[in-house]
Ligand binder design. Structure first.
Ligand code: GSH
Length: 219
């Protein structure tokens, strides 16, 4: 019998990492199905996977046989079906600010460093490896600068006040990516602090790329 929850994921995909953190925070057990984004022309492009997620991206969560693409939708859904611990505050303004934090990562940074976007810039516009690095650094700098300004006002023990919210589900994976791409983080002390505050928690440890069954050590 199929598992109640199945997550299609790639170990170092920051969007998959968000979903893994949220599932762990909610203590939801799930079956992990790896989708290799680089091998075989990208397994996310295979028709069987695209039937589940027409965007051809990970993550995709299957709940009782029903697929949900987009990490934001997945987090929202999990919060609806299992409200505790709450990822998005109920108070409308607070909720909007947590969403704003998430969206800075979700729409302002990650899409611009996504594998398929970088591949297109290289193939069609001749982006060199130096330009690729500068491009990634620039969009990280742009988004992280905004995040730092906001978190200076909203952070308590965590990014938004004193409890973990969806903000951590987005910020922690983005900082992991920024480190992977060698983005300097000195100018973002609050961003780094809120990441440090959760790094020893089981939900975050178990969601880390290095703990996934498809993990590959960097060569
Ligand atoms: N907004 C989407 C972004 C998903 C996304 O860009 N996933 C990346 C990995 S982090 C991916 O699957 N890239 C493969 C590709 O674009 O071909 C979400 O939050 O789920």
């Amino acid at each position: 019998m199929a598992a109640e929850f199945i997550l299609y994921s790639y170990y170092r995909s920051s969007a998959s990492y968000r979903a893994r953190i949220a599932l762990n925070l909610k203590k939801i057990k799930f079956e992990y199905r790896p989708v290799h984004l680089l091998k075989n022309g990208g397994e996310q492009n295979q028709s069987e996977y695209r039937r589940l997620n027409p965007s051809g991206q990970v993550p995709c969560l299957i709940h009782n046989g029903k697929p949900i693409g987009q990490s934001m939708s997945i987090l929202e859904y999990l919060d609806q079906i299992l409200p505790e611990p709450n990822l998005f505050p109920h108070e409308p303004y607070d909720r909007a600010i947590v969403m704003q934090i998430c969206e800075i990562v979700n729409s302002g940074i990650q899409p611009l460093q996504n594998t398929s976007v970088l591949a297109e810039l290289e193939k069609t516009y001749g982006l060199t490896s130096e330009q690729r690095k500068a491009w990634i650094h620039e969009w990280n700098r742009h988004g992280l600068t905004a995040l730092e300004e906001i978190l200076k006002k909203t952070a308590g023990d965590h990014a938004f006040g004193d409890t973990i919210t969806a903000a951590e589900c987005f910020i922690v994976p983005q900082v992991f990516s920024a480190n992977r791409f060698g983005v300097p983080l000195n100018d973002y002390p609050t961003v780094r602090r809120v990441c440090r505050a959760v790094e020893e928690l089981e939900a975050f440890i178990l969601a880390h790329p290095s703990r996934q069954p498809d993990f590959e050590s960097p060569t």
